[in-house]
Design a protein around this ligand. Structure first.
Ligand code: SF4
Ligand code: FE
Length: 493
């Protein structure tokens, strides 16, 4: 690939529009509904996910303080999604930005995986170099400085296909089931494998591949980390469909519930894809795979504060529908809204506490508190479900039995629907339908993918957090407190 093919033909992407333009004409192999997609940017199912990513650029223009920062590498003003955390304040502001974007889009805006990957790699490459005398850290910084100037999107690709979960990568019958190095040359390495449900990958400029679990000396070929242009030869993307996704192909704006924004997940297949040395940040140092996974997930489990911005939208929609139904002053309705806010703010508190309790690594990067990050994400595996249940409770059954937008505008049945779907006196029927569709979108339609199931499994399924909480909970220290007060012999603990 030429330099231009690798880095793109532009200086810097300084708006959502410029970002969207940078995605055009890239000739990616993207499959959706069994067909090769001609131009993802113009596909009605894909475009809302691109709009959500573009919101990360637009926020940098409209709320500079929130979404831009002075680079810890160059001092230049950059998008916060490309920033290496330099202080406690950086960790806090990052979380606040993610919440804002959840409020703006009502969905996953996809840019956090790369942000969390580069921050985890900052310390891990430092540690590998210290142990092995390698130069990964400088390579990473050189790469990041260029990406920061261009303001590109980095996607992080961690989750492998995994095959038989009871076996290590080298024990699998299918050797590519975890991404691995298939060939080494003086110029770099070739990799094959698959990364599953990769958030925003088609909307990115770069993919950073990383191992997904602890590795042993038998898994050296799986201990590979590198940055790959999304356009590299040998990559195929297979788009994951989402609940109610084809509504975007029907025309109209109401039935989708959120016509502007959605998330994106795709499977990425790598077939002997080349990574040149300058973009390799781990190559065989298997003993650092577990710290990379743990540091990445610590950052990423805090990134799930994004769900509280989405939760704000859902709570707002619930209050709207209660008002449209004429019951906003009923005490049990108000109490349900309070319960939703209580759950949502609990998640926010966890993420912010993890940022405030953060500490620097000797590489200079600041890291979130691990225990609190895991508590945050563990609550995310539960609370959005309860918030959604309450939202559906307030919406009423009509949320899932509503006729379509085409019926609403039909010359015969349209007026009948407008007569019988009337809520509170003076309320607009179409507005009521719009809010009901938004509630449907977020609790069982396209954006429930991100708000619910992704909350459960993204950044690690619930058991993964329980393992980390068990590690960090300091049970012996707690026992000592109890024994001291009860005047039990301390020596036995
Ligand atoms: Fe970011 Fe949240 Fe999407 Fe993950 S789910 S990429 S944290 S917006
Ligand atoms: Fe995620």
């Amino acid at each position: 690939m030429s330099e231009m093919d690798i880095w793109g033909d532009y200086e810097t992407l300084n708006s959502g529009e410029a970002y969207i333009d940078s995605l055009r004409g890239r000739e990616l192999d993207v499959y959706l509904f069994g067909e090769l997609v001609e131009e993802p940017v113009d596909h009605p199912v894909i475009r809302p996910s691109i709009n959500a990513m573009a919101a990360t650029y637009d926020l940098a223009e409209s709320e500079e303080e929130v979404a831009t920062v002075s680079s810890s590498l160059s001092g230049a003003r950059i998008n916060r999604f490309l920033h290496i955390m330099n202080s406690q304040d950086d960790l806090v502001k990052k979380a606040q930005m993610q919440k804002r974007l959840g409020q703006e889009t009502g969905t996953c805006f996809q840019r956090c995986v790369g942000l969390d990957a580069i921050n985890a790699l900052h310390s891990v490459t430092f540690d590998i170099d210290e142990a092995h005398g390698t130069t990964y850290h400088q390579r990473l910084l050189a790469f990041l400085k260029k990406v920061q100037v261009k303001n590109q999107v980095i996607g992080g690709a961690m989750t492998d296909a995994k095959g038989d979960r009871s076996k290590a990568p080298h024990q699998q019958e299918e050797q590519d089931i975890y991404l691995r190095v298939t060939k080494r040359t003086d110029e770099g390495v070739y990799v094959s494998g698959a990364k599953c449900h990769q958030t925003g990958c088609i909307n990115s400029h770069w993919l950073i591949v990383m191992p997904t679990l602890r590795l042993t000396q038998h898994d050296k070929d799986y201990a590979i980390v590198g940055a790959i242009p999304v356009t590299a030869k040998g990559i195929t993307y297979i788009y994951g469909r989402q609940s109610c996704d084809t509504r975007a192909m029907e025309g109209g704006h109401i039935d989708t519930g959120n016509s502007e924004f959605s998330g994106q997940e795709a499977m990425i297949i790598f077939e002997n894809v080349f990574i040149p040395n300058e973009f390799i940040f781990m190559n065989g140092e298997y003993e650092f795979a577990s710290s990379l996974v743990e540091r990445f997930t610590t950052y990423h489990r805090c990134s799930y504060i994004c769900k509280t911005g989405v939760g704000d939208v859902l709570i707002g929609a619930s209050a709207e529908i209660a008002d449209m139904n004429g019951v906003s002053s009923a005490s049990h309705i108000k109490d349900k809204l309070v319960e939703m806010a209580h759950l949502n703010e609990t998640i926010r508190s966890n993420a912010l506490a993890s940022a405030y309790e953060g500490a620097p690594h000797k590489s200079g990067v600041w890291m979130n508190d691990e225990l609190l990050a895991n508590v945050c994400k563990h609550n995310v595996t539960r609370f959005p479900y309860e918030i959604s249940r309450l939202a559906q409770d307030l919406a009423g059954g009509i949320m899932v039995t509503l006729p379509s937008e085409k019926d609403l505008t039909h010359n015969k049945v349209g007026p009948l629907l407008k007569k019988y779907l009337q809520g509170r006196e003076g309320g607009d029927v179409t507005d009521r339908v719009r809010i009901l569709r938004l509630l449907e979108n977020m609790t069982l339609g396209r954006n429930a993918v991100g708000y619910l199931t992704e909350s459960l499994h993204g950044a690690g399924s619930p058991q993964a957090q329980r393992i980390q909480i068990a590690k960090g909970m300091k049970i012996n220290e707690k026992r000592k407190f109890a024994r001291k007060l009860a005047k039990v012999n301390e020596a036995d603990v």
